[in-house]
Structure formats: C-alpha cells, structure tokens
Ligand binder design. Structure first.
Ligand code: MSP
Length: 647
C-alpha cells in the first residue's frame, strides 16, 4: 500500500433529479479515486446528499409531503441519486446524508464548540419583515419591494441570529490562497481574492429562524444551523468527527482533495478553512474548482428546461462511453459546451475508430493467422518497432503527470496518441502481407505481440475512465495483467498470449439518425404538466369540514394598485353579499365573470389583502402548458342556486 488517499465530491441538493452537470463532477472524482487505487493507495471516496434548508422545505411543501419524505424519494427512490451512481459505476466508499442522525448530532456539537470558543456569537440580522405573514425576507427576495407571498408592504426589521467571525480569519485565508497551492486552478485564487477578500470579509450569519428544516441549535430553540455549515462538515463527520459512527479520521483527515464546482469554491476555500482554523483542525490539502458543463453557452438548470438526462445518454451510448466523453472532451478546470453532436463524434472518433478498431483488428488478426495463441517463435524487435515500444513504455509516466494535475483530458490525449500510433503501426507493417508467406510468420507474430502489448498498457491506463471496457479488453487478451507496476513495462504478456474474440467494443453511431432520435426523446411527452399528487392522506371527517358552496358573481372589479387581485361581490345564498379577493387578474377580465356561478370554500378565516377583507377562496384548476402556468376558475351550471352546498 502506498498510503491513504481521501477524495470527496460535493454532496448534492436533492431538490430535483440530477442531470449530466452533476454527473460530471462525480464521474471525475470516481476516475481520480480509481486511478489512486490503481496506483496502490488506500482510497476513501466520499459522496452524499445535502438535505437541509429552506429550498427543500419549500419544495416538499409544494409537493404536499414532509421534507424527509421528499428527500428520501429523490435519494433512495427509483431513478434517484443512489440509482444514478450505481448506473454510472461510481465506486464511492461512503455515502453521507446530512439528515443522518450521527451527522445532525455532530453538527450540534461543532456549532457549540465554535460558540464556546467565541467564534460564533449572537447578533442581529437585519432584513425585511411581512407582519401578516410573519415572514423574514432579504432585500433580494422581495418582489417589487413587496412581500413575495402576499404582495403587501414589508418593514425594516431585525432578527436575532448567530454569526461566525469570518472577518477574524481574513489575513490567514488570504495567505493560504495566495501563498500555497491550497486552491487550484490558479485562476480561482484571483477570483476569490479580488471578489471576496479584498472588498473585506464580513462575519457570516450562521443560523436561521425563518424555517425549521435544518439542524436545530440545541442551546437556543427556534434557530437552525445555516445549511452550508451543516454541509461542509460532512467531509469530517463522515470519518467520525464528533461522532462514534465512524472511526477513520486519523487515517484519512486531512482530505487529499475536495473536487467542487466553480460556484461553490467560495464556500470551500474561504468559509471552510476559516471554520477549521477556528477549531484548530488541519486543513484539506487541496480544493479543486472545476468548470461547468454548459448547454448552448448557458448553465444547465431545471427552470430553463435545458437539463440533459444522464439516464437517457447512458442507455443509448453506454455508461463507459458517457464517462469517457465527459472527461475526454472538456478541460476539467474550465467550462465546456455540451452537445449531442460532440458526444457522438467523440464516441465515433476515439472509441469506435481508434480504440475499438485497434482492439478488434489486432485480436481478429491474431486469431486468423495463429488461432487461439500466438506462437512463441517470434523475431526480435526491429528498428521500426522502437517508436511504438518507446511510446507505450513511456506512456504511464506522462499519463501520471497529467493525472496528478487533475488534467483528465490531457491524460486521455496521451493514451490516444499511443492508440493512433498503434493503428499506424498496423498499416506500416501490413500484417496481411506478412501472413502470405510462412517465413514471415515469426515477424508477423512479433508485430501482433507488440500491438497486443500496446493495447494492454493503454487499456490498463483507461481503467479509471472506462472500468468495464478495460476489463473486457483484458479478457480479450487472455486475462492480461493490468496492475500499475506492469503499465510502464513492455513485454509483460506471455509470448504465446491467448486471445479471445468478442463483439465490437463501440459500434459506430449513425450521426444523423441518432441526433434525430435524441431530438425526439427530448420533446416533452405532452405539452401539459400537472401538479404531482399529494401522498399525505386526509381523513374523511377533516375533509367534510370544508364548506364548499356555489356562489354567483354579482360584481367583479380590479383592485387599485394591484395587478394581481380581483375583488368579487358574491351572492352566497345567505342574503348578505360575500366579498372574496382572488389573485387571478392575469387570467380574467372582471366583466367576463359577472353572472357566472363559481365554487368557493367559505369557512376559511377572513384574510386582509391590500387593506380589503377576503372571506373565502374561489376554487380554480391549475396546470402548466408549454411551460406556462394556466388557471381556470371552476364554473358550474347556472341551474345550481347560489349557496348550494357542494359535497
Ligand atoms: N449542496 C451543495 C454542495 C455542498 S458540498 C459541502 C451543492 N449541491 S448541488 O447539487 O447544487 O451541486 C453539486 C455540484 O454539482 C456542484 O459542485 C456544482 O458545481 C455541480 N454542478 C451542477 N451543475 C453543473 C454543471 N452544469 N456543470 C458542472 N458541474 C455543475 O452545490
């Protein structure tokens, strides 16, 4: 064993299904972890999910389920995070969920430690407050300066909150960034120093009271720990820091590298080391901020509807081809533009033409000319063999230098230079000509041996990227040795190596046809999207408490200064008019509704909106069509008299 190696990937927000952008970082981390294992390190590869925070709480509410059920479905459910990592052949050693009990308890201890040492203190967080909604908002959350929930005026307010003394660590962090290799690539250091450190680091608000889905501050009820504190410490709690669940902190901390996307470099290179400094803990050896996979020049996001589904791509092209494409096509430290065209052309050029052809031609010729095994009787190498043998022998060192710099694209380029050279070597030596005369067979055997040996070295070095393909190639070479120590040595295969034929590793893809098929698949199945069904059951008696009535619109007006609200005067059969305000002005003109019979729930507590009282709520049907939200009021038969109870 060479030693211990600890590598991590960001833990994912299970707020929606993962896309190819998320898959990118995890595949890269997996390739690095497999490479280190190949070299002989004792590797610990951590991944997981970051499950707390307001976003999750809100999404769960929208879906009508508890936050725990919501995250469980995305993490554990069919097609969820665990399924995706299994599909992508991700060889993680440990998976942490921030809702795991041991982690929650550890975060409480960590928070308390920093409170006790004076680096976390109680202060005031200033923001905006909506009194009727009892909600705190930041300036940026407001819509047109008003409460985003009810549209009413908000007022300046203060909330008690805990703060972390980030400012105290500014000089040490700057020194760490500027004078060490802690953060790479170097361009990210300039971003951090110029954008965050030079303008002055302020203390960080590290608790919230406006929602509850988080780790509770156990010594102050109502406060939950800021989700980034909770998330960052996963790297240590997953090794047993402040808990008894695991016990390998001494072996694996400090981490060798955290791979993180560029937008979260700030958290990992400023806040994370500052908190570790506060607790007097060793810092990770490296944070590497990789670039984004872009689509049409922009970031992939669910809201833009441009996310790419890794399940579809893996199913159509194979997991190894997809893994390979991600790391071969884009420089890890910079952004890269994803496209189906690039994916297909990379597979056709590198995998079908270069690697696939080399393997299938070489094995097929060995079988055709010599049967199951190569003859032991082979000539010595000639001058014309030296270049290929030299390149294959020196490949491991060149590859290693690139891998150590996380330059996956360059490491693969080195391997493919040798693969190309080997294909050229076939043409130079024309084995089919040598095969024609018996006396050339010892030379023919040597040529094929050199090719098989080159394939062995290349496939061995491709293992971290395409584990199954490398295994398949090893089997074709009669169970060839592909251990790290064998990959800088030429001549490891026995002379009489037994080869095994197999189907094409990567069949060529018909570009036009495939692009058309992908286009078809990416079309939404239907233009109409409906809300997910609520799984939480409501008992019959509770349901019956809802008083739904037919109401007839006597008058309807726009509410002054509001572009959302309509004010209804309704006949509800009682003889006294009922007033309801409804935020549907975008969908209806008031005059269209006068005289219609609608449905209202009438026993909701009255609510004031824009200073006017609303006694109930009109029932409408909502759905999304071509991405646009649609709403229709429920209108019923005029024969139904106002006030009729609906049950
Ligand atoms: N939960 C935080 C990480 C906490 S780590 C202590 C988070 N989660 S995330 O799910 O939003 O993103 C996880 C990772 O996926 C990030 O590193 C992010 O950069 C990466 N990617 C998400 N979309 C991406 C692309 N389109 N391209 C490349 N990576 C991107 O952030």
């Amino acid at each position: 064993m060479k030693g211990n190696y600890y590598i991590t990937t960001p833990i994912y927000y299970p707020s929606a299904k993962l896309h190819i952008g998320h898959t990118y970082c995890t595949v890269a981390t997996d390739a690095m972890a497999r490479y280190k294992r190949l070299q002989g390190y004792n590797v610990k590869f951590l991944t997981g999910t970051d499950e707390h925070g307001q976003k999750i709480e809100d999404k769960a509410k929208e879906a009508g389920v508890t936050p725990q059920k919501f995250v469980d479905d995305i993490v554990l459910g069919e097609g969820g995070v665990l399924d995706l990592w299994k599909l992508m052949n991700i060889s993680y050693d440990r998976f942490i969920r921030t809702t795991d009990d041991y982690h929650v308890a550890a975060i409480q201890k960590i928070f308390k430690k920093m409170y006790d040492n004076g680096d976390i203190y109680k202060g005031k967080y200033t923001g905006k407050y909506c009194k009727p909604c009892e909600s705190f908002w930041t300036e940026s959350q407001l819509i047109d300066g008003k409460c985003p929930d009810c549209g009413r005026e908000v007022q300046d307010a203060e909330e008690e909150a805990y703060f972390f003394r980030l400012s105290k660590y500014a000089d040490r962090i700057r020194d760490l960034l500027e004078n060490t290799d802690f953060l790479e690539p170097r361009s990210r250091v300039h971003e951090m120093v110029n954008n965050f450190i030079k303008p002055g680091l302020e203390d960080l608000c590290v608790s919230r009271t406006s929602f509850t889905w988080g780790v509770p501050v156990d010594f102050d009820e109502g406060h939950v720990v800021y989700v980034w504190i909770d998330a960052l410490f996963n790297y240590m709690t997953a090794l047993g820091f402040c808990n008894d669940k695991y016990n390998d902190l001494n072996e694996f901390w400090p981490a060798d590298v955290h791979f993180v996307g560029k937008e979260i470099v700030r958290f990992h290179s400023i806040i994370w080391p500052a908190m570790l400094m506060s607790l007097d803990l060793p810092l990770p050896k490296k944070v590497y901020g990789h670039g984004w996979l872009l689509l049409d020049g922009g970031k992939m996001s669910k809201s833009k509807g441009n996310v790419v589904d890794p399940y579809i791509l893996a199913q159509r092209f194979g997991v190894d081809a997809l893994r390979f494409f991600l790391l071969r096509s884009f420089p890890f430290g910079s952004d890269g533009n994803f496209s189906n065209e690039l994916l297909i052309s990379t597979i056709n050029t590198d995998l079908a033409n270069d690697l696939g052809n080399l393997v299938s031609r070489t094995v097929a010729m060995a079988q055709k000319y010599f049967g199951e095994k190569l003859p032991e009787n082979q000539l010595a190498n000639e001058e014309m063999d030296a270049e290929l043998v030299g390149l294959a022998t020196g490949l491991r060192d060149k590859y290693e230098a690139q891998m150590e710099a996380y330059a996956f694209q360059n490491a693969l380029a080195e391997v493919f230079k040798v693969i190309s050279r080997a294909n050229k070597y076939i043409d130079e030596n024309a084995p089919w000509v040598l095969a024609k005369s018996e006396e050339n067979h010892p030379r023919l055997a040597k040529v094929l041996y050199n090719l098989l040996e080159t394939v062995r070295i290349c496939a061995g070095l491709l293992t971290p990227f395409m584990p199954d393909t490398a295994k398949g190639i090893a089997a074709r070479l009669g169970g060839a040795e592909m251990g790290w120590e064998s990959l800088n040595t030429f001549g490891v295969l026995p002379c009489d190596v037994a080869t095994v034929n197999g189907a094409a590793l990567f069949p060529r893809i018909d570009v036009e046809k495939e692009l058309a098929a992908l286009e078809e698949l990416s079309k939404p199945k239907s233009d109409i999207e409906i809300e997910p069904y609520t799984e939480e059951k409501v008992d019959f008696d509770t349901f019956c408490k809802n008083d739904f009535r037919a109401v007839k619109v006597k008058d309807c007006q726009n509410v002054k200064k509001s572009d959302k609200l309509l004010q209804f005067t309704l006949d509800d059969g009682t003889g006294t008019d009922r007033q309801i305000l409804s935020g549907i002005a975008k969908y209806y003109k008031p005059e269209e509704l006068i005289g219609k019979t609608l449905v209202a729930i009438t026993n909701l507590p009255p609510r004031k909106m824009m200073g006017k009282e609303s006694c109930g709520m009109l029932i409408s049907a909502v759905h999304t069509e071509k991405g646009e939200e649609k709403l229709h009021l429920l209108m019923i038969d005029d024969a139904i008299p106002a006030g009729a109870k609906l049950c």
